[in-house]
Design a protein around this ligand. Structure first.
Ligand code: AMP
Length: 471
């Protein structure tokens, strides 16, 4: 299905405001006037905390969303993780709650609910509220399933201003009367499209039916399929629409490269690359859970410490592996796409696509884990002959050809390699760039091509979902 987010929204929703921020037109470095947090009229406790986080300038979504949220408007945000979305809603929510604290008679009541699809995202959002709100006395609690409820219910009994929750556990605790949503003033629905993908939409609707009708609602989704537009219509009232084009933030700061390699050689190539100690941290993607285990085992047997994270592991084992990776105790984390949802690791240097995803957008999501918030990152992909069509689709989606890395010990036979390169619509090979050991064409060059092409497409930029080939 080919669809166009902007047209689709325009046809389906009539909103008074419409803000499109195409980051590929206005990347941080090229924008003439850099806005600072000073211009956003934030209260001192928040400003101080943001400075300590190292945030000097708001990201585009923060710049656009924060003033409207402070004006108590509803928001429809089309943006994915990696754009600074969490602070875009968390910071103004903290300010609104801080300013209304003295008026509030219900001091122990939950005033803000953030609903998010995964445990990992819930924890990250809660940590963000704690960091940004550390000079306020506002409390936040996070609840999610897969762990005993006792600790969560003990915390709930003490009261909280902000509740971050996944839908299943929230409904469960509501049914047990641990949670009452009658005093909610602000409701955030985060990653609405993933809620739908993961089959939570029924639970989400049940939760929404329990919210007071007079409230401010903020709705975020990376894509806007029709079910999501319908859902947005039922939740929001006169929202301001803000769209961050999904493809651009990733390509901007990330060096990309592809190795043509036979399937049996992939493990050895991975070890060869990871022996390079300048790689600080690497998130390796496999398509299957079994594959993730095999790769992690092989790395460990080759004396490269690695952990695997996927749906067959217990929540606690996943969280432990994730924490080890975040705190740099584990250098390599091998993950499936589902398990990696919401993983947000500051300063992740490398993403390695051990297997090329068969859905092109997944590539963009995967590589967006590195190169966060203006830092540089590297995304390497291993492409075996069977995966070449996937690679072609990705190149089409990102409007450039990922540079081919030639100088490595596991090159395929010359003929195969040539054919692969031709298919890849070969850009100049990366091997001439002396910048890195496995040199890559810097993404800056790609960005120029990207911007040049995208300019003509403007907001009618189309992107393609290869749903038919998803397995
Ligand atoms: P998010 O899209 O909310 O997952 O944020 C992506 C990453 O950007 C997180 O690691 C944030 O800590 C970081 N970040 C968010 N806003 C800013 C900012 N204004 N300046 C620098 N880093 C930021």
């Amino acid at each position: 299905m080919v669809y166009n987010i902007s047209n689709f929204i325009n046809e389906n929703l009539l909103f008074p405001y419409y803000l499109i921020i195409n980051q590929s037109f206005f990347p941080y470095g090229l924008r003439k006037k850099k806005m600072s947090f000073e211009n956003l009229n934030l209260i001192k406790p928040l400003h101080k905390a943001l400075l300590e986080e190292g945030y000097t300038n708001p990201t585009p979504i923060q710049e656009k969303a924060i003033p409207f949220i402070l004006e108590k408007k509803d928001i429809l945000g089309c943006a994915q993780t990696g754009t600074g979305k969490t602070a875009a809603f968390a910071v103004p929510i903290l300010q609104l709650l801080f300013n209304s604290k003295s008026e509030s008679k219900q001091n122990n009541a939950i005033k803000t609910l953030i609903l998010t699809p995964t445990r990992e995202l819930a924890i990250q959002i809660s940590e963000s509220f704690s960091s940004y709100g550390k000079y306020t006395d506002l409390r936040n609690i996070v609840i999610f399933g897969g762990v005993p409820q006792k600790r969560q219910t003990d915390q709930l009994k003490l009261g909280t201003d902000i509740l971050v929750a996944t839908p299943g556990r929230l409904l469960d605790l509501m049914n047990q009367h641990y949670i009452n949503l009658n005093h909610i003033k602000i409701f955030v629905l985060d990653e609405a499209d993933r809620m739908l993908d993961m089959g939570f939409i029924h639970d989400v609707n049940k939760i929404i039916s329990k919210l007071p009708s007079k409230r401010q609602s903020l709705f975020f989704s990376a894509t806007m399929p029709s079910e999501i537009v319908k859902l947005a219509n039922t939740i929001l009232s006169n929202p301001v629409k803000i769209e961050i084009t999904p493809e651009s933030p990733t390509v901007k700061a990330i060096k990309q490269g592809v190795y043509f390699v036979s399937k049996p050689d992939k493990k050895a190539l991975l070890v060869h690359i990871l022996k390079n100690e300048s790689i600080n941290s690497a998130l390796v993607f496999t398509r299957t859970k079994h594959g993730a285990d095999l790769v992690a085992r092989f790395l460990n047997s080759s004396k490269i410490h690695a952990e695997a994270i996927h749906g067959n592991k217990s929540q606690n084992a996943r969280q432990r592996a994730l924490n080890n990776f975040k705190t740099k105790r584990t250098r390599v984390l091998v993950a499936t796409d589902i398990a990696a949802r919401g993983i947000d690791v500051d300063e992740l240097s490398h993403v390695i696509n051990y297997e090329i995803p068969n859905i092109s957008e997944t590539y963009v999501h995967r590589i967006g884990r590195t190169g966060r918030a203006g830092l540089s990152g590297t995304a390497l992909s291993f492409c075996d002959p069977e995966e070449r069509t996937y690679l072609k689709d990705i190149n089409k989606l990102i409007l450039t050809s990922i540079p081919v890395i030639e100088n490595h010990p596991f090159q395929m036979k010359k003929m195969d390699n040539n054919a692969a390169q031709l298919e890849n619509m070969s850009l100049p090979s990366a091997s001439s760039n002396p910048e890195m050991k496995h040199s890559l064409l810097p993404a800056e060059a790609n960005k120029k091509r990207w911007q040049g092409k995208n300019k003509f497409k403007g907001k009618n930029f189309k992107y393609k979902r290869n749903k038919t080939r998803a397995n």
